[in-house]
Design a protein around this ligand. Structure first.
Ligand code: FAD
Length: 462
């Protein structure tokens, strides 16, 4: 190990550990220390690949005893790379993928190392799903603890709105349940408060009827038509049914098999739809946007929900260099559209993208104080997402993100904590709002007064 680690403490950890302990000298270390964002390059002292809750408790106690910082890893998709650290211990939950579906009761228990696609593949054979995100290699754990926005949220709410309980290991190494009936203060906090209060070992969700066939996919126009498309889109979604969820996407057309070669590398604007209801109804609802102007590509058709969920996977593979800023914006006013048009025309990298998410529906109907998640009343979530294959060109794209984000500043309302980089405590306070932030701080003092779990969007106890 690069850092000296208390040998007695290590021997004690090793003696009862049923998973795998990976050290820097092990062959798999290089592969396992990497996270999704290729611009993050950290070297932990130890990676504890946990096989179950007892391993997590033992690794937590080891960290307490040795003073090593803890990074907890679910799917490894934290934009700022919070699930890996230098000279500390990575508590890696990836081996914990157990998923038990009860189709009668419409519930699922999923362990904290599962990815979204793995969860969908277990539930979709029953025509059921947990509302989750839009890239299937994202971790269920980190996504849920932040809130969880995705294709079916306007109909069925956030991931946390279907969460019925979690089991977690506290800083003291105790195993506790958090639900409406047990430790309800903690249950409030884990629904949006991230990994601040302990390490979740398993999630219990209620399942919703979704698909298995949905009307979904993108419709694309040349970027020159973006001002008209955005204005038409704004009016079209004004009274959209909850079943319809859309994302507007600006980017260069990727060289994927379903994109005609003459479009490859050209800047385009797209509206990606997902209708979570009967297929005929969906076809009727998406008709106006399909008929608008002269699209260069229309892939919005009936398809399996699991296929649609995986649509963005090839655009966001692990290992690329990513830089990201986000904000919520209430409305697509003419001013916001003008800023969008001006900045999207300057995209350089063929891997950079700018999705605008449509919020509302069921998300907005849950009371704002019911969970720690903030920003239920927001209109749109903007993700300004720079990506390059390597370090080459990264600085230019990162500057583009910062300029664009700053230009939108007068229109920022809130920000989703899962879409924060390492932006400092004040920004985290803004994300939760002062009232929720103070409540989360009090909860942190109760469950983790020593701030053992601090490599996250941290809410310090003091
Ligand atoms: C390509 C991509 C697509 C995305 N799409 C969406 C989307 O559609 N919807 C959406 O809501 N978000 C989305 N996100 C954001 C995503 O929700 C966050 O990045 C989330 O933190 C990822 O979770 P993870 O388990 O993969 O990440 P990790 O990097 O493993 O963990 C993220 C954070 O959660 C903590 N954590 C992880 N597991 C646990 C646990 N079991 N107990 C306690 N703390 C834990 C970690 O310590 C870390 O602070 C996306 C991110 C990426 C990179």
């Amino acid at each position: 190990m690069a850092v000296a680690v208390d040998a007695a403490a290590y021997r004690e950890l090793e003696s009862g550990f049923t998973g795998e302990l990976v050290r820097p000298t092990d062959a798999s270390f290089e592969r396992l220390r990497k996270v999704w964002n290729g611009s993050i390059d950290r070297h932990p002292a130890l990676i504890a690949r946990c096989a179950g809750a007892d391993d997590i408790a033992a690794a937590t106690q080891f960290a307490r005893r040795t003073g090593l910082p803890i990074a907890v890893r679910g799917g490894g998709h934290s934009f700022p790379g919070l699930s890996v650290c230098d000279d500390g211990i990575v508590i890696d939950l990836a081996p914990m993928k157990g998923t038990t579906v009860d189709p009668e009761a419409r519930t699922v228990r999923v362990q904290a190392g599962a990815l979204l696609g793995e969860l969908d593949r277990a539930t979709q054979p029953f025509g059921l799903a947990v509302p989750s995100g839009i890239v299937t290699h994202t971790g269920v754990a980190g996504l849920t603890l932040g809130g969880g926005i995705g294709w079916v949220m306007r109909k069925h709410g956030l991931s946390i709105d279907q969460l019925s309980s979690v089991e977690l290991i506290t800083a003291e190494g105790e195993r506790v349940i958090a639900s409406e009936a047990e430790n309800d203060d903690l249950f409030w906090g884990v629904r949006g408060g991230g990994g601040n209060f302990g390490i979740v070992t398993a999630f219990d969700f209620n399942l919703c009827e979704v698909g298995p066939t949905v009307v979904a996919g993108p419709i694309f126009w040349p970027i020159e038509q973006s001002p008209q498309v955005l204005r038409f889109y704004r009016d079209w979604i004004a009274d959209a049914p909850d079943e319809l969820m859309t994302i507007v996407m600006h980017r260069k057309a990727p060289p994927l098999p379903f994109v005609p070669p003459e479009l490859h590398g050209k800047l385009i604007v797209g509206v990606v739809c997902c209708y979570t209801g009967p297929v005929e109804e969906g076809e009727r609802v998406v008709r106006p946007i399909k008929d608008f102007g002269s699209p260069v590509l229309d892939l919005c058709v009936p398809k399996p929900f699991v296929d649609h969920q995986a649509m963005f996977d090839p655009s966001f593979p692990p290992g690329r260099w990513y830089y990201f800023r986000s904000c919520d914006v209430a409305e697509l006013t003419d001013e916001v559209i003008d800023i969008t048009v001006e900045h999207t025309r300057r995209i350089q990298s063929p891997l950079t993208s700018f999705p605008i998410w449509q919020l509302g529906g069921a998300v907005a109907r849950v009371g704002d104080g019911e969970t720690a998640f903030n920003g239920r009343g927001g209109g749109h979530t903007f993700n300004i997402n720079a990506a390059t294959e390597t370090a080459e060109g990264f600085d230019v794209e990162r500057e583009w993100v910062r300029d664009f984000w700053s230009a939108l500043k007068p229109f920022h309302t809130s920000v989703y904590t899962n879409f924060l980089m390492e932006e400092g405590e004040e920004r985290i306070r803004q994300a939760y709002g002062p009232e929720k932030y103070d409540r989360l701080k009090a909860l942190k003092r109760k469950y983790d007064p020593g701030n053992l779990f601090r490599l996250n969007q941290n809410i310090p106890p003091d």
